[in-house]
Design a protein around this ligand. Structure first.
Ligand SMILES: [Zn+2]
Length: 349
């Protein structure tokens, strides 16, 4: 097994270059390890982390589309090559991501199993088996038994059969029972929410708010009190603002952007874990750039796509090292061209 010698600036918050060594198990040491392989690149991360990803989906003309197993596997291998060492899968049709075997050169993956939503309340191509409220706890615990570490709850969504916009999908008591059962089973709950109902999800005990375009200051304070994380998925929620042609949508997205520019720095100052996620349309360099444009420092924006999700989502000890020739805090585009990538002890570039 290989040990690695790095000399550089420890991202995301370091300033001065130094030398350290990382043993084959991924433990960093200040003492020299003889025979360690030196890595190029003067800026060093434990890799990028994508906290809201869908390896088993792709963007289609009218929304996300399911991928077959080989394509989902290929996505994970490609992401690793680009320097992503940790992926939280935020749901897959039928829980396909749970069936992908871990292999050398793959990121660490924490998967959420299938999407939990009632009939007519999520993208029909992705909702293989809708879940009625009476079956919610059993379905969630079933995904944990299959190997899910997270459960993906679609907590609000438009009624695709023409009902009122953006109503909660399940009642408060059902969601509280779900979070209690999932926590009991050793899992955590990621809740998709784009409405102002997010506040009640926090008191119902969900562990992370996905998207969160309806969050407000009170909700952020409640998240800080309960340790709830936030994946704002900015490319998915705000990425097309500049290209948006419809004035009403433009103005709605502009309001979200202005609110996020207040809430994101507030969340970080209160200790809410802010976690970058690409969803189906983004990239981590773009997420980092958007986070910085909404008031995070370059180091904070990079932490949201690396060390903060590693701390919050957790990953078993493993040698993950990604280096860059240029400081990605000067320009997030540098993240797209790593100098060296070691994923789970396997050097990929
Ligand atoms: Zn998603």
């Amino acid at each position: 097994m290989t040990a690695w010698a790095v000399r550089g600036v420890e991202l995301p918050f370091g300033q001065e270059p130094r030398s350290w060594w990382i043993d084959a198990a991924g433990t960093a040491r200040d003492e020299r390890i003889e025979d360690a392989e030196p890595l190029p690149g003067g800026y060093v991360l434990p890799g990028l982390a994508d906290a809201h990803a869908h390896p088993a989906l792709t963007a289609g003309p009218s929304g996300p589309q399911p991928l077959a197993r080989d394509a989902a596997r290929a996505n994970l291998l490609e992401w690793a090559l680009s320097g992503v060492t940790l992926v939280r899968d935020a749901g897959s049709p039928g829980g396909l991501t749970l069936e992908l075997q871990s292999e050398p050169g793959m990121p660490a993956v924490q998967a959420a199993g299938r999407f939990l939503a009632p009939a007519g309340r999520y993208f029909p191509d992705l909702l293989v088996a809708p879940v009625a409220e009476a079956d919610l706890v059993g379905a969630a615990v079933g995904e944990i038994s299959r190997g899910a570490t997270w459960v993906k709850l679609i907590a609000d969504f438009p009624d695709l059969n023409g009902g009122p916009d953006l109503q909660p999908t399940y009642g408060y008591d059902a969601i509280a029972a779900l979070t209690e059962a999932v926590h009991e089973a050793g899992g955590r709950v990621a809740a998709h929410s784009t409405s102002a109902f997010a506040g009640r999800l926090i008191t119902a005990g969900v562990d992370s708010i996905e998207h969160g375009t309806g969050l407000d200051e009170d909700a952020i304070k409640a998240m800080a009190n309960r340790g709830t994380a936030w994946s704002p998925t900015l490319t998915a929620t705000l990425g097309h603002l500049d290209a948006e042609a419809r004035p009403d949508v433009r103005s709605m997205l502009g309001e979200v952007r202005d609110r996020f520019a207040f809430l994101l720095p507030l969340a970080i100052s209160l200790g809410v874990p802010v976690l970058a996620g690409t969803d189906v349309v983004g990239s981590l360099p773009r997420e980092v750039a958007l986070l910085a444009s909404l008031g995070l420092s370059p180091s904070q924006a990079l932490a949201a796509a690396s060390t903060w999700p590693r701390q919050y989502i957790g990953t078993a000890a493993r040698a993950d090292i990604v280096t860059y020739h240029h400081d990605p805090r000067d320009d997030p585009d540098h993240l797209a061209s790593p100098a060296a990538v070691v994923v789970g002890g396997t050097r990929l570039r």
